[in-house]
Every structure is written in C-alpha cells, then in structure tokens.
Design a protein around this ligand. Structure first.
Ligand SMILES: Nc1ncnc2c1ncn2[C@@H]1O[C@H](COP(=O)(O)OP(=O)(O)OP(=O)(O)O)[C@@H](O)[C@H]1O
Length: 598
C-alpha cells in the first residue's frame, strides 16, 4: 500500500525532535521533519509540494500561515488539555506576574483547566498575529513578568524583556495530528478519485462546458469549449474572467432571477457568427458557495432539415435598398414597399417563388430598418412538431432586439401558429415571415392561422418571379459573372448573344438562385473571355433533364449510384430546382450535390 508522504514543519526545535522520534513508529506514513517558524516555513512547504508530498503537519501560527501559501492540506497540531496541564503544572508554584496570550481555543482550554486547578491566570484573547505585540505591551504595563503562549508570543515577550513560556506540544497532540492526517488523506483520496472521474467525463464530452464562480472567474473549461473558441489561448483562460470571452453573459447574469436559479435557463447567443443555444445552471457547493456552469448546444445550428428548426445568423450580403439590382417596374415596387415597411413596426410577410430573393430582402429590411442594432436571425421550420413551436417561442423569449426571419411557419398546425403569433405580439423585435405563396392563398387552403394572416395583411410584399421581369435578366447576369470571376479567379467579360438568348428562353423555375447557379457553373467551365452556348447548355440541360424525371418512380432495382441520382433529381424537382434547399434536405453540401448529378 502506498504510504502517505507527510511533511512535519516544527516551529521549535523540541517539536522537531519529538516528531522525528514518533515518525519511526508511523507505518502508514513516510514522514520528513523540518524546522521552520512562520515565514521560514513557506519555502520549505513549497519545495516539498513540488516533490509530490501529500500533506503538511504543523502548529499554531505557522500552520495557519502555510494554509495561505500551499495547496497541500495542512493539519494543525492542536494544543491539548495535557499540553495545558503540563504548562500549568510548571508555572503553578510561581505566584507572580503570569499572563496568557493566545487564540480563543488555547485561552478557553487554559481557563477551564486552570479553574479546575484553582489557579488564576489573567489572559488576553487574540484573533490574529498582528495583535500579539499590542497584547504583550498591555500585559507588561499591567505588571506581567512571564508571558505564556505560542511561539510568536514567546518570542515577542522576549523582545520586550519579559520571560516567555511556550506551551509545548506533547506526544498525544502529535499522535492526534497523525491520526487526523490519515483521516484527511483518506477523505481527500476518495474525493480525488471522484473528481478525477468527473473531470475525465467533462474532458471527453462533446458538449462544450465551462464552470465559473460568483465573481465570473473561470474554474474549468473542457476541451470542447476551448475548441468552440479556438482563438483563445488555453493558458490565458485559466483564472480569467468568463465575461472577457462571453460578453453576452453579463447581460444574462444581471437579469437572472435568483429564485429560478436552481433550474437551468436556456438562452440563444451568437458565437463566431453561429447561433448557439446555451443552458446556464448553478452548482451548490460547500459552505454556501456557488458556481455556475454553461452547457453549449452543438446540435441546433444544423440546417439539413433533420432538426425541428434550423437557425442561421447571417450578416446580410446586401444591406441597402440601393444595392438591389433591376430597373423594372416590378423591382421598383418591391424597393418602394420595402423602404416603407422597414420603418414600421409589426410583422411583415414576404412571399414569392423559390429563389426570388425573399431572404435577401428580409436582410435589407433588417439592415435599413428600426432593428438594425440587433442580430438578423434566419429560422427555418422544417416540419410540424411541438419541439419546433417550443423552440421558436423560447427563442422569441430571449430576443428583444433585431430581426427574426421565419420561413416555413405554414408547416405547423394552426394552433401552434396561433401560440407563436401570441408570443410575437409581446415582442419588440421585428418578425418577417417568408412564404412561397401569398398569405391569402395559404389562409384559403387552411394552412395559415387567420390571426397571423390578419397581422400581416397590411404589411406584405410579393417578390416577382424572374420570368415577370426578364428585362432585368441582363443586369443580373453581369453581376453574377462579376461575383463568380472573383470566386473562381476568372476574367470573363460578358456573354455571347446566342448564349444570352438561351437564358431568355429558359423558364427559370428556381428564379435568381437558379440563375446564380447556372452562371457559377458557366463561369467555372468557360475557357474563353465570353460565356458562350457551350458553357451553358450542359447546365441548362441538366436542369431540364431533371424535369423529365419528375414522374419517373424511384426504381430500387437500379444500381445504387443511379438510385441516388434519381433521388437527388426528385428532391431537386420538389424544391423547384433550388440546389441549396435540395442539398439541405438531403443533408449534403451543394458541391457534393453537383458532383453526384454529373
Ligand atoms: N436583389 C438582388 N440582387 C442580387 N442578387 C440577389 C438579389 N436578391 C437575391 N439575390 C440572390 O439570389 C439568390 C436567391 O436569393 P434568396 O436566397 O434571398 O431567395 P429566396 O427567395 O429567399 O430563396 P428560397 O425560396 O430558396 O428560400 C441568392 O443567391 C441571392 O444572393
């Protein structure tokens, strides 16, 4: 069995000797004895701490001082009744000028024993070492000649020309200290095992977790948390303030309700542009002290449709109405309506076919509207579920500023939509609903709650399909060419007339998203300075080809690769050729989708 490595620091020579004698009989311990009083003891303790000692045994003021300077447990050799009795026996036959100076425990013991022996010794109770000097001076002024006390008292008495008598520790006190050391070690060892198990669990868990105290000082941050904030140096994190890294917490902590602190509270926050759910809870520790923990969700930001809702925080790519391209009357109307709604409060509805620029317009309204100081959150409801409704209401509860663009509320049952509508009424943030059909059509099809339809009745904008404003097509093409030149490092200067005609003739079910994809592929594959027919045909054909497959059932007898292609094509079709949404539904990224379609 492993022996307990104990360091005895004896404040006076006699104790060192006694400890050395008793150490030999202690089979459970591996004991080293050193002599050192008060400050002298600190470097000794530090040295043995480095050498892997388990605990320190010392006495009086030295023991108390060591506790402040070492992380090892310090066991104090107590002054026992025997020690007091021995000292009293020594002094009882002198009957002049005694004075006892000591901490409360010593004085109380002394008073009880001296009462029993009917010896009257005046005493002064001190509570800190700093009081010793004053107590000695007062005792001297009161006629004391002999001062009884601890090492420091004894030395101070000598400085003032008085005789000091040290209350020495006997064998029993030291043996008692060894026994206490053994018990403390057992407790610590058991606790260490538990702490190690919990610490390892925390280290391994994928959920980012951080623990901090009531002053906000970080006590523990697990590797997943450090991964979440990779820019931060691990060393800097230890012992520093949690608010430096997570400024949003200040707001949460100042507004947290003490009564509900026992329960976890959930908040939505943005870290490195990602929307993350964070749960805050408190840990009740010994002696009424408290610590707090934060658990960060790693789940919520997925936008592949598997989750009840997907949340994205984005800085809108286009932030002002003047950046909207197009000179057609249809686009002018959109701009005019958008500018007006941006200055109003109350929920807004934007509707139009897929890829017509609804999310883009929502971003512009946010950036030029009343809520521009807050975040712009894009929420997509993926299917009808209680969870989707609850998450959305929770999110609304946590957001006061900013804009929430909600897509897909019509997926939810009417009663759930009503609850969300009620929650929105109490909020100051801007809410923009995004639909592919008009609110009126949805209402007639009983897909939209009448209350919600009423709320957005006076504030709605329809985005025209690309087919409706083909006069803007040329302008869009040029802008997308410029964008993809930058992305792919190309210098395409324009599009040949025949190629342009192809684009004019195309039906554009996926609108601007589809156009953007086609131009991206064309810019990518073009070898000349202009995009010509050859650069476009395969991409337009790929899209048209998908149309043919719409009614073809998925044939499970085909090779796996072909079944996969059919499924992708079918999903693309269902998403009106919007590759982004199809990729989201399939849980793959857009480039993988392209590759699989080739
Ligand atoms: N006014 C505009 N000027 C330039 N590009 C635009 C404009 N509006 C939208 N776009 C681009 O068109 C594409 C589709 O836009 P957006 O995603 O906003 O459409 P959406 O109607 O919300 O799409 P979906 O129906 O798929 O959700 C994006 O690539 C966007 O950058």
């Amino acid at each position: 069995m492993k022996k307990i490595k104990a360091l005895v620091i004896a404040p006076y020579p006699g104790l060192k000797q006694l400890a050395n004698t008793l150490a030999k009989e202690q089979t459970l311990f591996d004991i080293t004895v050193r002599q050192g009083d008060l400050e002298e003891a600190i470097p000794i303790a530090k040295q043995f701490e480095k050498e892997g000692y388990d605990l320190i045994i010392s006495r009086g003021g030295t023991a108390r001082l060591l506790r402040e300077h070492t992380s090892l447990p310090v066991i104090e050799i107590q002054v026992s009744g025997y020690d007091i009795l021995r000292t009293l026996t020594l002094v009882k036959d002198y009957n002049t000028g005694f004075h006892l100076i000591g901490f409360p425990n010593i004085c109380q013991g002394f008073v009880s024993v001296s009462n029993l022996l009917q010896i009257n010794i005046p005493h002064t109770i001190i509570h800190s070492q700093e009081e010793v000097r004053q107590a000695v001076q007062t005792a001297k002024a009161g006629g004391a000649r002999i001062i009884i006390g601890d090492t420091i008292t004894y030395k101070t008495a000598e400085e003032y020309g008085l005789q000091g008598i040290l209350i020495t520790s006997g064998k029993e006190s030291l043996l008692e200290a060894f026994e206490q050391a053994r018990q403390t070690y057992d407790i610590i060892e058991n606790m260490t095992k538990k702490v190690q198990a919990y610490a390892q669990l925390l280290q391994r868990t994928k959920e980012p977790i951080i623990i901090y105290d009531q002053q906000g000082i970080i006590q523990l941050a697990n590797p997943s948390f450090k991964k979440m904030l990779p820019a931060i140096d691990e060393e800097d994190m230890k012992g520093s303030s949690v608010y430096t890294y997570l400024p949003f917490l200040k707001h949460i902590d100042t507004h947290s309700n003490q009564k509900t602190e026992a329960q976890e509270t959930s908040h939505m926050i943005t870290i490195n542009g990602q929307m993350i759910e964070v749960n805050k809870g408190s840990l009740e520790l010994a002696q009424g002290s408290k610590q707090y923990y934060l658990r960060f969700s790693t789940q919520l930001n997925h936008s592949n449709g598997k989750h009840a809702i997907s949340i994205m925080t984005t800085t809108p790519a286009i932030s002002s109405f003047s950046q909207i391209l197009g000179t057609s009357q249809a686009i002018k109307n959109v701009i005019e309506q958008g500018q007006s709604l941006a200055q109003q409060t109350g929920p807004i509805a934007l509707y139009g076919e897929n890829g017509t620029g609804k999310k883009t317009l929502a971003g512009i309204i946010h950036s030029s509207g009343l809520q521009q100081e807050g975040d712009f959150l894009l929420i997509r409801i993926n299917h009808d579920s209680q969870e989707a409704m609850e998450r959305l209401i929770q999110l609304l509860g946590n957001i006061d500023l900013g804009t929430l663009a909600i897509q897909g509320i019509e997926c939810l049952a009417i009663n759930k939509q009503e609850k969300i509508t009620a929650a929105i009424e109490t909020k100051k943030c801007q809410v923009i609903f995004i639909f592919t059909e008009s609110p009126l059509d949805l209402l007639q099809k009983k897909k939209l709650s009448p209350e919600l339809a009423k709320q957005v009745k006076k504030r709605q904008i329809r985005l025209p399909s690309l087919k409706e404003h083909l006069e803007d097509l040329n302008e869009y093409i040029r802008m997308f060419i410029a964008q993809y030149n930058v992305k792919f490092g190309k210098q395409i200067v324009g599009i040949r007339d025949q190629a342009l005609n192809l684009l004019y003739e195309h039906s554009w079910p996926g609108n601007l998203s589809e156009l953007s994809d086609v131009i991206a592929k064309a810019v990518h594959s073009a070898t000349g300075e202009y995009i010509d027919q050859n650069d476009l045909v395969p991409h337009l054909q790929a899209i048209d080809h998908c149309g043919d497959l719409e009614k073809v059932p998925i044939d499970l007898n085909k090779p796996l690769a072909e079944i996969e292609k059919d499924i992708i094509t079918r999903v693309l079709q269902e998403e009106n050729m919007n590759q982004t949404r199809a990729a989201q539904r399939l849980g793959i990224n857009r480039s993988t989708l392209w590759r699989k379609l080739k």
